[in-house]
Design a protein around this ligand. Structure first.
Ligand code: ZN
Length: 158
């Protein structure tokens, strides 16, 4: 039994905030404005995992009005999300993710992100694909006002 899921997340960027992507802190002048650490990539991945089993979205499970989730490490959110998937008897086969942002360059950090994510999801690094693209200076992404991530996952029940 296979299930597929997709997720999308957006965050605003602001000066002086930390930039967390794929469970890794990236040195940059701007970071995400968010209730949690604002890790757009992990949030998209959580939504994809939940979506695959029709379990709603990350906002339903971890509401940003809940004080317990203020400033929370999104790796914890991913861990808790994946526990819900495992409870239903499913495993992740692979994930394919895309980051849309103008800066900084993501390539030097991809391996660390794959490592952080694959450790939580109990798969090998090759099972987590992370791609990045700029928008050629177009739109809010090009103006570095925000960052977007999309993720697609395949789950299997054994
Ligand atoms: Zn988010």
């Amino acid at each position: 039994m296979y299930r597929i899921g997709q997720g999308t997340d957006f965050h605003q960027l602001a000066e002086g905030k930390e930039l967390w992507l794929g469970g890794v802190k990236i040195p940059h002048t701007k970071g995400a404005v968010a209730h949690s650490d604002g890790d757009v990539l992990l949030h998209a991945l959580c939504d994809a995992l939940l979506g695959a089993l029709g379990l709603g979205d990350i906002g339903k499970h971890f509401p940003d009005t809940d004080i317990r989730f203020k400033g929370i490490d999104s790796k914890v959110l991913l861990q808790r999300t994946y526990s819900k998937i495992r409870e239903k008897g499913y495993w992740l086969i692979n994930a394919d993710c895309t980051l849309l942002l103008q800066a900084p360059k993501i390539a030097p950090h991809v391996e660390a992100m794959q490592q952080a994510m694959s450790r939580i999801l109990n798969v090998s690094r090759e099972d987590i694909s992370i791609k990045a693209t700029t928008t050629e200076q177009l739109s809010f992404i090009g103006r570095e006002e925000g960052v977007v991530a999309t993720a697609i996952v395949l789950l299997q029940k054994f």
